[in-house]
Design a protein around this ligand. Structure first.
Ligand code: NOJ
Length: 745
């Protein structure tokens, strides 16, 4: 269908719609089906699926979320298409964050791969599975910059940096959507949550964000701009107040910035209940006012758990609180998205084909490669890793997370298949089969609870407390096991329900008795490899001094155990890098690589009297099984004009004895100008795989787009005339540097 035909058809439908049908088209309902029973007490329509079905029959539902069963999707779709005179199909949306059936490593992990092709491939797999079951739209990627690890949703994003964040956002949108909205086997992508959600005060999820003009444009908005430039057809609002105005009622954000400045032509959806929340915020008078003002600010569709504010839009139109033309504009955008996605031509899904696609082994391969490439080797004293399977008679695997399928998958997944999920224990067992004796002890209580949430209701998600677990005896048993083994692999971290939405923490310590367990195991003298399962930095001060090898495996997904075994035994070498600065302690946060310089910079690393102000591991840090050397950093000219481009090259050598990966990173600093600029900003990276002794020349170019920044005084993008320093290396502390100057024309 051509764009002109899409527009004409949307117009034709619009002309036949009543005001109530238009308002319904702009409403998205949660539909929990049978699960609603376990939701008793939450209240609203979601606990009564038949109420949603009734509205659907009246042609007053634009979209449904949380249905993933193809047969159920077909059933509901039939009601919309056959049961109503206009037959407008329902758009089915869902949180396909890191896979549907095949669970990929969590988003922060994929970002740690710094491999944008892999990230794109991963989300293409997620899209293919989602589309196969009848979903059309994912509420992803989450492109919120996260600089405070107390905020549990750090796990869903790409970390602290806007440059890395923008590249990852673009790759995810391309993976989900393909070339354009409507590409076969892909889904609509909705970058979220516009904007500043990750800046919640104190890292407390949903709390207000106060973001300066400079931080908003230079840090928080670039990943959104990149996602939209990649063609994202939808955007989701955020829950909190942004600089005193609820994001979901923020006309400046959704109309002036999103539509007028960025030229966005897709549709905007609110976060769940965020329109109703305009009343909670003390912003809207009542639900009718909330609906009218959200729509007027640029929020086309309301995602509603329960009684939707947009159901009152007809009343608001009648009262003159909202213009019907504004309503029409929203409906047009939603209908056009449905037409572009091909819903009118093919509203139903092939259930047999869905089963086939969900079982595709090629998808599992992408998940395994993702887990292998996202792991970050934080420390490897004495080259303890890789383990030499030939010389080990016994391996002790310790920690309950090593034997937990659900935790291996991480937060934010629902339609996983636990039977096919490979835990770290299973992965090690399979790999060591016939060579070493692998023994296991949890050491600490297997089920530990973070924030109880909506997700606990999903089958398989709720942790079960083991009966009769003797904490002291189990800890002692684990230590005995370690004492008798040639090597102890300890897996520590956060349980999957301790991180994600509504899972903020006031501490970054290893939960429960895990540190005590780790210390007791290390005290046996058996060499220890610590595997960390996490989605944010944890307090590893003790481990970073006393444990020789630390590998961050994140929540590695369906194939996690296989990947981790391949890394431990050296079938593949780790090459991931941290997408955030790893603080020593929670008292240091927020802490980022791209801070500015001020009074007594020589003391910048001693700002606290009770703790160093350096991180435990810098942004971009990550080792491999071979060292890399950098040399020959060069710029192709000494000076450029503001519209010019400078080419930077560097020689990278694998100085080890085996194939390994390195992420070559370029950092930039503007020496002076009309604002203070960060000491270093990431402006380029490339992951390379080099054979033993191999040297490769890696090239970057820096032009006006890399050198400009948002100047809060000018309230605009500026390119200052200044000398610039460039560093290239393997993390944000890279030492090799050169410089060039931007001069007047
Ligand atoms: C609330 C979350 O903030 C959002 O990211 C998610 O997409 C919706 N719930 C739907 O589950």
């Amino acid at each position: 269908m051509t764009e002109a035909a899409i527009r004409a058809r949307a117009e034709e439908l619009l002309a036949q719609m009543t005001v109530a049908e238009k308002a319904g088209q702009l409403t998205q309902y949660f539909y929990f089906g049978a699960l609603a029973e376990t939701q008793a007490g939450v209240g609203g329509l979601e606990s009564d699926p038949s109420a949603v079905e009734k509205v659907l029959g009246r042609g007053e539902v634009g979209s449904l979320l949380f249905v993933t069963d193809p047969a159920q999707i077909n059933g509901l779709q039939r009601r919309a298409v056959d049961g109503h005179r206009l037959g407008i199909p329902v758009l089915f949306g869902f949180d396909v964050i890191h896979g549907l059936r095949t669970i990929l490593p969590v988003p922060i992990a994929m970002a740690a791969s710094w491999d944008t092709d892999l990230i794109e491939r991963g989300q293409a797999v997620a899209a293919r599975e989602a589309r196969a079951v009848g979903l059309h739209w994912t509420f992803a990627p989450m492109v919120d910059i996260a600089r405070d690890p107390r905020w549990g949703r750090m796990v869903e994003g790409a970390g602290e940096d806007p440059f890395l964040g923008a590249q990852v956002a673009r790759a995810q949108v391309r993976g989900f959507q393909g070339e354009a909205v409507g590409t076969p086997e892909r889904v609509l992508a909705g970058p979220k949550h516009l904007a500043g959600y990750g800046a919640a005060l104190g890292g407390r999820d949903y709390d207000e964000a106060d973001v300066s003009d400079s931080a908003l444009w230079n840090v928080y908005l670039p990943p959104f701009a990149a996602a939209l430039a990649a063609g994202a057809g939808n955007v989701m609002t955020a829950y909190m107040d942004l600089n005193g105005i609820p994001a979901t009622g923020n006309r400046w954000l959704f109309t002036e910035v999103l539509r007028e400045t960025w030229g966005f032509e897709g549709f905007v959806v609110s976060d769940a209940n965020a329109v109703r929340n305009l009343v909670t915020h003390g912003f809207a008078r009542d639900l009718t006012d909330a609906g009218a003002r959200a729509l007027q600010s640029g929020v086309d569709m309301e995602m509603a758990i329960g009684d939707p504010a947009y159901a009152r839009l007809p009343e608001a139109v009648e009262q003159g609180a909202v213009d019907e033309r504004t309503l029409d504009a929203g409906v047009r955008r939603v209908l056009e998205a449905k037409l572009r996605l091909g819903l009118f031509d093919a509203p139903y899904v092939d259930e047999d084909r869905a089963r086939e696609i969900l079982g595709d082994p090629a998808h599992r391969d992408v998940a395994r490669i993702g887990a292998e490439r996202s792991a970050v080797l934080l420390r490897n004293e004495g080259d303890l890793l890789p383990l030499d399977a030939g010389t080990l008679d016994s391996i002790a695997v310790i920690g309950p997370l090593a034997d937990s399928r659900r935790d291996t998958l991480g937060p934010w997944c629902f339609d996983f298949d636990l039977d096919e999920t490979v835990t770290v224990l299973e992965g090690i067992r399979r790999h060591a089969d016939g060579t070493a004796d692998v023994r296991y002890a949890p050491g600490v209580r297997p089920a530990q609870r973070g924030t109880p949430s909506l997700f606990d209701m999903w089958p398989g998600n709720a942790p079960e407390d083991p009966e009769g677990f003797d904490d002291d005896a189990e800890l002692a048993r684990a230590v005995d096991l370690a004492r008798d083994a040639d090597v102890a692999v300890v897996l520590a971290g956060e349980w999957q329900n301790m991180i994600g939405e509504n899972a903020s923490r006031s501490s970054l310590e290893l939960p429960g008795r895990q540190l005590e367990l780790l210390q007791a195991v290390a005290a046996t003298g058996t060499p220890v490899v610590l595997l960390v399962m996490n989605g944010r930095p944890l307090d590893l001060r003790w481990a970073a001094e006393h444990v020789p090898a630390i590998l961050d495996i994140w929540y590695p997904g369906t194939q996690g155990g296989t990947a981790v075994a391949n890394l431990l035994f050296g079938d593949v070498a780790p090459g991931g890098k941290l997408p955030f600065t790893w603080p020593r302690t929670v008292g240091q946060v927020p802490m980022v690589a791209s801070h500015t310089r001020s009074h007594e910079p020589e003391n910048q690393h001693a700002r606290y009297w009770d703790e160093e102000s350096t991180p435990l591991f810098p942004f971009g840090h990550g080792l491999s099984y071979a060292p890399f050397r950098y040399a020959g950093l060069a710029v192709d000219r000494d000076a450029i004009t503001p519209d010019g481009t400078i080419n930077v090259s560097v020689e990278v050598t694998n100085a080890g004895g085996r194939q390994a990966d390195e992420v070559v990173q370029l950092y930039l600093h503007q020496r002076h100008g009309t604002a203070s600029r960060p000491v270093r900003e990431l402006k380029g990276f490339e992951r390379v795989s080099l054979g033993a002794g191999e040297t490769r020349t890696v090239r970057f170019s820096l032009g006006p787009a890399e050198l400009r920044y948002w100047n809060a005084a000018a309230r605009d993008w500026v390119n200052d005339l200044s000398p610039f320093d460039v560093w290239v290396g393997g993390d944000a502390t890279a030492g090799l540097s050169t410089s060039f100057e931007v001069t007047g024309a």
